[in-house]
Structures are given as C-alpha cells and as structure tokens.
Design a protein around this ligand. Structure first.
Ligand SMILES: Cc1ncc(COP(=O)(O)O)c(C=O)c1O
Length: 383
C-alpha cells in the first residue's frame, strides 16, 4: 500500500493521549490532561436538553447560529469594550482547536513562518505544519516565562506572517502583564504580522489578575485574530463550542476554510452556550472561586511536599520545577511518578521545539475534585 501523507510524517501521538493511556494502565490519579473530572453546571446542561427538545437538532448555518454570534459579540462588548459585528466578524467553530486550525490554514502559505512562543499548546505547531508553514519557536524563559524582545525580533524574517500568543497561558499559568503584551504587539506592528491570540482561559483568573485581550491594545484590533471557547469557562470541555473574532477580510477567509472542515457546529450546544453567555456575570464569581479553592488546596499540598514555585495567577495548570527532587528529565520523571507513585502529569518538553527548559518541570492540572487532588498529594508523600 502507498504511504500516507508526508505532511504528517513526523507527527506522534499527542502527549495527552499517551499520558491518559498510561494513567489508565497504571491506575494512576490523572492530573495530566486539562479537563475537570467533575461535571459542568447543572443549569446549563438543562438548557442544552431543553434546546434539543425544542427541536434545535438539524444543521446550523455554517458560520454559527445568529444567537450565539450575537452573544459572543455582546460579551466582548460588555467585558472588554470590543465591537465585533456578528454578521461579518465572528465565526463559530468546533472548540478553539478547530478555530486554531482554520485561522492557520486561512492565513499560511507553504514556506510562511509562524512565531510560536514556547512552551506552546501543541496543536499550533501541528496546524502550522499541515498548512506547509514553518514554526519558529521563541522561548518564554523560566522561571517567570518572559520573552526577550531581542530574541523575538531576531526570529522574525521577511517570511514571518503570523505570531501566536496564548494568554492566560497553558502550561505555565502565566497571565501576561500589559507591558509584556505591548512589547509583543509593537513587534507585530513593526513587522506587519498577524497575531492570533488564544484566550480560552480568559475568565480563569485569580488574586485580582486582569485579562487584557490583545485586540484591545492600541492599533491591534485589525491585525489580531482572537480565538476562544466555552469549554474551560463552563467546565464542559466535551461540548466543543469555540469562536474566531477577526476583521472582515480574515473572517471571510476563515469561513471559506471552516465550511469545508466541519461545515456546521452542533446546533443544540450552540443554542445552550448562547444562553449560557447571557448569564456570565452571575456565573463567573462562583466559577472562579471554585477553581481558586482548588488552586490553593493543591498549591499548599505541593509546598508541603517541598516543591517551590510561584502560585499561578490564571488557567488551571501549575508548572512545577522538579530539579530539587530529581536528576531525571521531565519525561522520565513523569513516567516514574505514573508507575511508582500512581500520579499522572504532563512532561512539558512536549511543548518546546528549541529550548530544554521544559525538562526541569512537570505540568499538573488542578481542575479536579478536591478528593482527587488530595489523593495525588498523598501518593506523592515522601518524594
Ligand atoms: C491554550 C489552549 N488552546 C486551545 C485549547 C483547545 O480548546 P477547545 O477544547 O475549545 O478546543 C486548549 C485546551 O486545552 C488550550 O489549553
């Protein structure tokens, strides 16, 4: 039989799938993959059920149902004073993952270079490669995961077309400060780059941290493509409802791709998320305090186990330094913890192309029941 496509020749099984399989095989407490081990809000599940009963079950319009595009537009206006026209600037996708694929496919020609800030969410690089583009890594240096402006400038060539930024940031839990964002934004402007801003953790913020959408920065609205989704915000990652907010030209290009990738997105789930977004202001305080409780609990447990690191201000991840505990690299230490301690984590070197800084960390996801977090800490006792 002939070979499969060259464009995927160097793809491997995603680290999340590998870790989840090993966690199952070893009967380990799974703090690896980034999703809650508890259900999302009952009221929103009831809305979805009602929407199905009301007959919202056939194909949706390919760009997304009007009601959801309108509610996405409303929340950007209400929370960030951003004006996106639901008719021409918002597209609904199958989660942020499809949004990322669509944006990259819509913008990138073979040979175009894309700056990815590492550690990165792994689908960026895969999508860039599928488009024939070239991922160019720039490292966010530990321990604060900051960018060196000169390094970033040096990575840009006449072929650079897009820069991808994730804020709040997976896997580090970093919430970007305004000055840092302005630095990156000024470089995007200077070199006339598009900037894709992945903001799926936009509402998962602690200790007064503030989310600054890249599109709100001076002069950035036109060149920023914002990607987000309902999965993390409503704790229903399996619903896979996401969106792209971009100028008319880019939106049109994204829709041309999206119509041939998935065409339409689940109708009743779009209906439910549209209703869910109308209740964001009432819902968010409880949501944030639930996750803050989990962050505080697990941080305290990790401190008691002798791990030292700054408490994350956003997302539901902790990037935990391991060098005081072991000489092993992250992948080997993660394997050891799964097999010997029955705790699954993600080795972050999978999120780097260039730097080896990730080898000195493990990523823990604390979006888990308190009992799961305590069970993990108990298994790690005496490390
Ligand atoms: C940074 C980042 N972007 C995108 C996604 C994918 O989001 P979705 O589940 O909406 O496809 C994730 C999921 O873990 C993520 O962490």
């Amino acid at each position: 039989m002939k070979d499969t496509a060259l464009r995927i020749a160097d793809f491997k099984d995603s680290i999340f799938g590998v870790i989840s399989r090993l966690a199952r095989e070893n009967n380990a407490v799974n703090l690896g993959q980034g999703f809650p081990d508890f259900d999302g809000p009952e009221w929103l599940k009831e809305v979805a059920f009602r929407k199905m009963q009301e007959g919202h079950n056939q194909y949706a319009p390919f760009q997304g149902i009007v009601g959801l595009r309108q509610e996405v537009s409303n929340y950007y206006k209400k929370f960030y004073s951003l004006n996106y026209n639901p008719e021409s600037e918002i597209t609904i996708t199958v989660g942020a993952t499809e949004a990322i694929y669509v944006v990259i496919t819509a913008l990138i020609n073979p040979g175009d270079e894309v700056i990815v800030l590492e550690p990165f969410y792994d689908s960026y690089v895969a999508s860039i490669k599928m488009a024939g583009g070239i991922p160019v890594p720039v490292t966010m240096h530990a321990p604060d995961f900051t960018i060196d402006r000169q390094e970033l400038e040096k990575a840009i060539t006449p072929k650079t077309k897009l820069l991808i930024l994730n804020n709040p940031h997976n896997p580090t839990g970093k919430v970007w400060a305004k000055e840092e964002l302005l630095d990156v934004a000024s470089i995007a402007q200077k070199h006339d780059l598009y900037l894709m801003s992945d903001e799926v953790y936009e509402f998962l913020l602690f200790d007064g941290a503030k989310h600054i959408p890249t599109a709100t920065l001076d002069g950035m609205l036109e060149r920023t493509i914002t990607v987000s989704s309902a999965g993390k915000t409503f704790g229903l990652t399996g619903w896979k409802i996401g969106w792209i907010c971009a100028n008319e030209k880019v939106t049109r290009a994204c829709r041309l791709v999206h119509q041939y990738v998935t065409f339409a997105v689940s109708t009743p789930m779009q209906e439910a998320v549209a209703e869910g977004l109308t209740k964001l202001s009432d819902y968010l305080p409880g949501f944030v305090s639930l996750y803050k409780g989990k962050r505080d609990l697990f941080y305290t447990e990790m401190k008691n186990l002798g791990f030292e690191f700054a408490i994350p201000k956003g997302t539901y991840f902790m990037m935990v330094p391991i060098s005081k505990k072991t000489d092993l690299k992250d992948v080997d230490y993660a394997m050891k913890l799964i097999q010997e301690r029955k705790v699954a984590t993600v080795p972050p070197s999978a999120f780097y192309l260039k730097s080896t800084e990730g080898e000195k960390y493990l990523r823990f996801c604390f979006a888990k029941k308190d009992e799961t977090l305590r069970a993990a800490a108990k298994n790690l006792q005496g490390l």
